[in-house]
Design a protein around this ligand. Structure first.
Ligand SMILES: Nc1ncnc2c1ncn2[C@@H]1O[C@H](COP(=O)(O)OP(=O)(O)OP(=O)(O)O)[C@@H](O)[C@H]1O
Length: 604
């Protein structure tokens, strides 16, 4: 029996319609209890949220009843009215699905083998002077503390359990924007807390029941209220794990669906009820085609790594999911796009999915904080292995108790990853590898082994370039440089996360000449030392369009800004086409461009 928030609307018809005075909605954990245990209603939250009345516009008739304005039938005293014990948050045990109890996602948070001195709390000084730029109409002001935004007691408790003391810059801006119901395109550095930035408003919104629609009675079909899409299986799993922590004991149920794992198990999870579905596009298309998921109740859509999701590889699938199925259109649903990079062409595409959105840029990936020390070394192809070995030996010598620090080595091809892993192991360096030709089990095992420090060297293709939050990665080595500066930015962002410092070393030779200009510009902007030979390479580069970012402190800027100096167009003509197409060709892990409807890629 499905027991998600959405299901409850279907089950009892006791969720109030627009302005109506129906009987109160009973959250799953409180059902089957004497009515006296259900706390009484107060609607003060609604008054403080301006954006959600838009859900009331264009309300369809029949099965789909959009609730006009904020729900006020929620059994929640004084939500947002200053510290009332919210109805959702009065719960003691989270969702209680019959015999099923919510597993405590914090229980296995014990940190492995690493130096205990590592600060688990973010170094906010590192973010002090980060430039922030917003554009769009009526941008809600940022907050300085979580207390300023009433996310609800249960969510606040989870924030404390996560040891988040105050919001990161991207959270300070995006949470009020999202809570006010606005669409958002947000560009903020790697490792700066974007996951929480989109999860908190979604969870809080679902807890408050904003804009909820009654689903039709369809057995075995899941009706999530929020959809979070990400490009890789591992990233979807990671978002799912994070979201489960944030949603613990809130009554909001989070389910993940991704390729390479048995679909039956995921179907069973969906049947138990889902409020937030985290998914990779291929598996989601599969579930939609099997009619096991409907998107008609979606109120929140978040695309993580949104520029990647909308580039040539994924765009057809994303369009299918967002525009050709039953998802409510922009203006009815709320859409949030997040990434550390946002090429202008992709922004233009993305605007199809948004309504009257706010653009936010928080600094430049990894560079404006100088958290990541970037080094570029001239290394011929034939010398790369011995050079890597020198680096690894030096690391052991300088490391704590002669231990190898976690080192992530990026290579261009899957074959290259296999052979480098083998060579490292043969030479006494415990290494493992992750790439798109490995089974999902092997991929997950490789990540686990790396994270735990069992094999402290992970050789990876771009499958591991985006989003993965692996604590304690001390060094990222670009054994093979990517062809796109944005990929470089995401790769090096696997270190220097959440205010910690990191080191990134790139091996450069004539084959990477097309990257010279972008790389030296990026390094300059990040106050890194640019070797003279790289500057010479860069000045020799005959064309200016490809990979050119222009001089700005932001990862990208709002393409709508007409006044924006055209001379500083970061993504001049020719960038997107050339380099994005390169994913498939170079086999860097993404099977971009190869999708067709109904085909599940190895990625999903
Ligand atoms: N307010 C906060 N206080 C302390 N730590 C935080 C806070 N917000 C997020 N973090 C931690 O910062 C780390 C990075 O967060 P996250 O993975 O969301 O970054 P990201 O911006 O999505 O990075 P990427 O661009 O690489 O995907 C995580 O370990 C997360 O738990």
């Amino acid at each position: 029996m499905p027991t998600s928030y959405a299901d409850s609307a279907a089950a009892g018809g006791n969720v109030a319609a627009s302005g109506g005075s129906r009987s109160s909605y009973v959250p799953p954990h409180l059902r089957n209890r004497p009515s006296s245990t259900v706390p009484q209603v107060s609607a003060s939250y609604g008054a403080s949220v301006s954006g959600d009345e838009r859900f009331g516009r264009g309300a369809p008739s029949g099965d789909g009843v959009y609730f006009g304005g904020p729900r006020n039938d929620y059994n929640q005293p004084a939500y947002g009215g200053g510290g009332g014990r919210g109805g959702w948050n009065n719960r003691s045990g989270g969702w209680d699905r019959g015999r099923e109890r919510e597993v405590n996602p914090f229980s296995d948070d014990a940190e492995p083998v690493f130096d205990e001195q590592e600060n688990t709390v973010i170094n906010f000084d590192a973010y002090e002077d980060i430039p922030v730029e917003t554009s769009g109409d009526n941008v809600p002001p940022p907050v300085n503390t979580f207390a300023e935004i009433d996310l609800g007691e249960a969510l606040n408790l989870n924030i404390r359990r996560c040891k988040y003391v105050k919001p990161t810059p991207v959270q300070r801006y995006t949470i009020p924007i999202s809570l006010s119901g606005r669409d958002l395109m947000a560009c903020a550095q790697t490792g700066s807390g974007k996951t929480a930035a989109f999860c908190f408003p979604i969870i809080s919104g679902i807890m408050r029941g904003q804009g909820v629609q009654r689903p039709p009675r369809m057995p075995r079909m899941a009706f999530p209220l929020a959809l979070i899409l990400s490009p890789t299986r591992e990233l979807s799993c990671q978002i799912h794990e994070e979201a489960r922590k944030f949603a613990y004991q809130t009554g909001v149920r989070v389910v993940v669906a991704y390729g390479g794992a048995p679909v039956n198990q995921q179907l069973r999870e969906l049947e138990r009820g889902v409020d937030i579905l985290v998914a990779t596009p291929g598996r989601l298309v599969d579930l939609l085609e099997r009619a096991r998921v409907s998107l008609q109740m979606i109120r929140y859509l978040a695309l993580d790594e949104a520029d990647r999701m909308l580039d040539m590889g994924f765009e057809p699938q994303i369009r299918k999911i967002v525009q050709q199925m039953d998802m409510p259109p922009p203006g009815i649903r709320q859409t949030m796009l997040f990434s550390a990079t946002f090429p202008k062409e992709i922004q233009r595409l993305a605007s199809d999915f948004l309504s009257c959105y706010i653009f936010l840029a928080v600094g430049r990936v990894g560079s404006s904080t100088d958290l990541i020390v970037q080094r570029v070394e001239f290394v011929q192809e034939t010398d790369k292995r011995s050079h890597l070995m020198d680096l690894l030996h030096a690391q052991i010598a300088n490391g704590v108790q002669g231990k190898q620090a976690l080192t992530l080595v990026f290579v261009e091809t899957k074959k290259g990853a296999d052979s480098l892993e083998y060579w490292l192991c043969m030479n006494g360096f415990p290494a493992t590898a992750i790439h798109g030709d490995r089974t999902q089990q092997e991929r997950e095992q490789a990540l686990r082994s790396f994270k735990s420090g069992h094999t402290p060297i992970l050789v990876a293709t771009d499958v591991a370039a985006r989003g993965l939050d692996i604590p304690h990665v001390a060094h990222v080595v670009n054994f093979d440089l990517p062809n796109d500066i944005d990929d470089y930015v995401h790769r090096i962002g696997r270190t220097g996360r959440a205010g910690k410092t990191g080191l990134a070393t790139a091996f450069f030779n004539e084959n990477n000449a097309s990257m010279a200009k972008a790389l030296s510009e990026l390094m300059q902007e990040s106050n890194q030392e640019v070797p003279a030979w790289l500057s010479r390479f860069s000045s020799r580069q005959s064309y200016g369009g490809k990979n050119r970012r222009g001089g700005s402190r932001f990862g990208s800027r709002d393409f709508r800004r007409e006044s924006f100096d055209r001379g500083a167009d970061f993504y001049g003509a020719g960038n997107a086409g050339g380099d994005y197409g390169g994913y498939g060709a170079a086999d860097s892990g993404y099977s971009g461009g190869a999708y067709s409807a109904g085909v599940t890629s190895a990625w999903d």
